[in-house]
Design a protein around this ligand. Sequence first.
Ligand SMILES: [Fe+2]
Length: 191
Amino acid sequence: MDDPSAVESTVEDIVAACRSMVGLPYDGEPVDQLEHALQCAALARLHGDDEFVVAALLHDIARAPAVAGIPYDGPHEHHGATAARWLKPRVGARVAWLAEQHVAAKRYLVATDPGYADRLTEVSARTLTAQGGPMSPTEVQAFRSHRDWRLALMLRAIDDQGKVPGARVPGIDDYHGELRRVVAGHRGAAG
Ligand SMILES: [Fe+2]
C-alpha cells in the first residue's frame, strides 16, 4: 500500500513548480509560462487520458525556476530532456517521454510537413537548429515506432495553440485530481 502523504507531497512539489512559472515570459508570446501550461492542459483534457493532461501541463516545466530555469535551448541541453529527467521519478516514464518529445515532434513535423517550418515563430525557428534541426529519415522511422507518437504530435499541436491572451481556463488547483492519480499510479507501478 502506497503512502498517501508521499503522493500528496509529490503533488505539492509539482504544483509549487508550476506556480513558480507565474509571470515568467514565454518566448515573447502574449501569455506567461503558467498561463501557457494551463491552456495546454485544458486542451489536453479534450484529447487524452490523465497522463496526457499531466504531460501537457508539465511539458515546459524545465523553464520553471523551481526546476531548472532554462530560458532557451542550447546545443548541449534542451528543455524537453531536462523536463523528462525531472518528471520521470515523479510521474513516470510515459509522461516523461511525452514531455520530452514535444521538442522531437517539432523536428519531426519540420521534416515531414513542408509548410510547418514556415508556420514556426521566429524564436521557435531559431531554437530548431540548437535542437538538432529536422529529423533524418532514420529518426522519423524511430519516432513513428513509439506507441505514443501520435499523442506526441497532439501535444505539439496543443503547444502551438496554448498561447491565447486572456483565455479563461481552470487554474492549477483544478489539476490535483489528475496529478494525484498519475503520481499514485506511477508509485504503484514502480513499487
Ligand atoms: Fe510549450
